[in-house]
Design a protein around this ligand. Sequence first.
Ligand code: SF4
Length: 338
Amino acid sequence: MSEVDLVLGNTEKLETRNYRDFGLSDSARVRVNDIMSVRETAAQFVDSFDGRARAFLQIQNGCDHRCTFCIIPFGRGNSRSVPMGSVVEEAKRLVAKGFSEIVLTGVDLTAFGADLPGRPSLGHLVRKILKLVPELKRLRLSSIDSIEADGELLRAIAEEERLMPHFHISAQSGDDLILKRMKRRHQRKDTIEFCRTVRSLRPEAAFGADIIVGFPTETDTMFANSLSLVDEAELAYLHVFPFSARKGTPAARMPQLDRATVKDRALRLRAKGVAALNHRLGTLVGSEQVLLVEKQGIGRTPCFAPAQFLASAGAGEIVRARVTGARDGKLVSELQAA
Ligand code: SF4
């Protein structure tokens, strides 16, 4: 395409030198390496900022798994982690810039450390950040593969109050045969067990999950297993994805469901998710919560429930609030004196 000046691969886009000779006639216009040959991840970790409230810190990139529906490893390459010392330095820098909350992100977050010397785990990293960055008020994990959560992560969940009690699980389905066809490494009971264990360590914990509906060969009974997983694991925040085949993946070659069925299942699971969230919010009415203000009039509790309030408080501030009700998927709250 003549209007395209430069094509950079996922690794090349992070290298300054690729922008220096931009537009020079003798420079290559397509610079895309074999992503599978990349063994390290770059040291510029910040994906983005959520207004002034929280910062996202990427600690890992790529994925060694090959789920049958997923194209990500072919764009991002194999799993590689940012060294712990660099993550801690970056966390310090973000706190010095005024961020109260940092969210650790990665393509396969719980794979963190397997490629680093000494093979530290995500739990080790969480502990290290909280120990070496005492000014950091809140640390949060983005989506995790619960089957990869080790004892050190569970200990960190139990003992580190500044690790926020909200866990988003890459569950994908509540049916074992579908999980097998997806080439996931866990079964339905593992998701339920993880939530139960974490809840025994942190009773206030809330759980979310990614769930795909309408995966090839999914029957009504199999879909019903995903619906009932919401109750059994006590999930509150659902991200529902109607299955859509990615070209070149094994799932794209499996027998597909008709779109109307996929859409209908997505609607039903989303409705289940709304009911589950409302139930969860209802249990918080009457409680006192510490909110991270996202913007004027809205903040998040530690377990990620959105809470409205009328008083004045700036983005990034941490405030105390009393929850007086729940409406339209949000808590209603009144700020308390600090
Ligand atoms: S779904 Fe997640 S774990 Fe599976 S291959 Fe894709 S990135 Fe990896």
